[in-house]
Design a protein around this ligand. Structure first.
Ligand SMILES: [Zn+2]
Length: 416
């Protein structure tokens, strides 16, 4: 009987504490977020000027010295602890807050792409044959925008921020090079985010839980023996190709979940008379990649080829794709909705089969989410389809991306 009387005030008190906690947190994040946005908004013109400067002076994979120098200078001035020359021209910058919270990273890639097509913007590239047609100038500028925002609230920052400026993404080697040279050794982030420009309209970001860009496995099958090698090689090719759920020439940009795409190169014979079949097998998330590997190896094992031996080399992690952590997608999306409600959030309807990204190398170490950042502008008629000759990323995407990432990162920092 006492219990009943006792329980009610306890429940009321617990309810009060819980509701206080529930209200206190959004208020505090809102207050911090508004201060960050105020600083970033004040810096908008400077950020656009920085983006145009980087765009005018594009540097291909491995040669990002000038871009990295600009970034390091800005971040040092903002009070970040800056390490340069990590895995090539990589920059790792850390800002430690004064209050407890998670360590959250953002990765921007810095390299440009060879392109001889005319650059349609006023701030056109002055380097012949090189252009930012993948939007890495925007990613880098957003990284500096984040530095501006977080530095403005350093004394009240819950947790720490790590900004990673990566070289050589277009060659798919920069992320691994940075990790091999200890990007995460001194401080390991608990979550990591990234953006990639995409032909959504400016004002929008988009993501999906699980596989968002295909990872690539490499395969090499050596066919040898006393039997009919040509016949055997053709059987092996057909068997591997049969594992694919889509023909190699996929029409659309987006493939449904669960796709496996097989792309075998023209085969070649070796000096010893053997035939080698090589290629790549693309699938989106880790599960699909494991499924593809098992299917290929089981299929090859089941082949009945008298007098023939097959030697298979299968590298499942030839190139990491983008594989977003589901819980982090939910948390980050809710943070963006609550703090930056003007940013539209779309769900990517499937994985992009033909494009890949080495951001997945970071995601293989810590939970991470990549967002597509809308950079197309129907009013000006410009479209931001990466690697297309007419690629244009609207300047308005810089603040959209910065706001979205500030919201996502702050939310994760405070949910520790
Ligand atoms: Zn890119």
């Amino acid at each position: 009987m006492i219990r009943g009387n006792f329980l009610l005030p306890v429940l009321l008190l617990a309810g009060l504490l819980l509701s206080n906690r529930a209200f206190a947190q959004p208020t505090e994040s809102t207050r911090l977020f508004e201060r960050m946005v105020e600083q970033v908004t004040a810096q908008e013109e400077a950020l656009i000027a920085l983006r145009h400067d980087i765009h005018r002076h594009p540097e291909v994979s491995g040669e990002e010295e000038r871009t990295a120098g600009l970034v390091a200078e800005h971040l040092t001035a903002l009070g970040f602890d800056v390490r340069t020359g990590v895995g090539g021209h990589g920059v790792v910058a850390v800002l430690e807050g004064n209050r407890p919270g998670a360590i959250v990273a953002f990765r921007a890639d810095m390299d440009a792409v060879p392109s001889t097509a005319e650059d349609p913007v006023e701030y056109r590239s002055v380097i012949p044959g090189v252009r930012h047609i993948c939007g890495h100038d925007v990613h880098t500028t957003v990284g500096v925008g984040l530095a501006e925002g977080f530095a403005a609230v350093k004394d009240d920052l819950p947790g720490s921020v790590m900004l990673i400026f990566q070289p050589a993404e277009e060659r798919g080697i920069g992320a691994n090079a940075m990790l091999a040279e200890g990007a995460f050794d001194t401080i390991t982030p608990e979550a990591i985010f990234a953006l990639h420009t995409a032909p959504y309209n400016v004002g929008t970001v988009a993501t999906v839980a699980g596989g968002m860009m295909s990872g690539r496995a490499s395969i090499a099958v050596t066919v040898r023996g006393a039997g009919d090698l040509i016949e055997a090689a053709s059987t092996v090719r057909e068997a591997i190709e049969g594992v694919g759920t889509h023909p190699p020439q996929m029409a659309g940009m987006i493939a449904p979940k669960g796709f496996i795409m097989v792309n075998l190169f023209p085969q070649r014979g070796t000096a010893g008379g053997n035939i080698v079949i090589q290629g790549q097998i693309m699938a989106a998330g880790y599960e699909d990649r494991a499924r593809a590997k098992a299917a290929v190896l089981d299929t090859l094992k089941a082949l009945d080829l008298p007098g023939i031996t097959l030697e298979t080399a299968y590298n499942e992690r030839f190139m990491e794709g983008v594989n977003n952590d589901a819980a982090l997608v939910n948390l980050a999306n809710s943070g963006i909705q609550a703090l930056a409600p003007t940013v539209g959030i779309e769900t990517v309807s499937g994985a992009v089969p033909a494009f890949s990204e080495d951001f997945g190398s970071f995601q293989a170490r810590v939970p991470g989410v990549m967002y597509f950042l809308g950079v197309s502008n129907p009013e000006t008629g410009t479209v931001g389809m990466p690697h297309s000759p007419t690629y244009v990323a609207d300047d308005g995407s810089i603040l959209v991306g910065t706001h979205a990432m500030l919201a996502a990162m702050l939310t994760r920092m405070m949910n520790n």
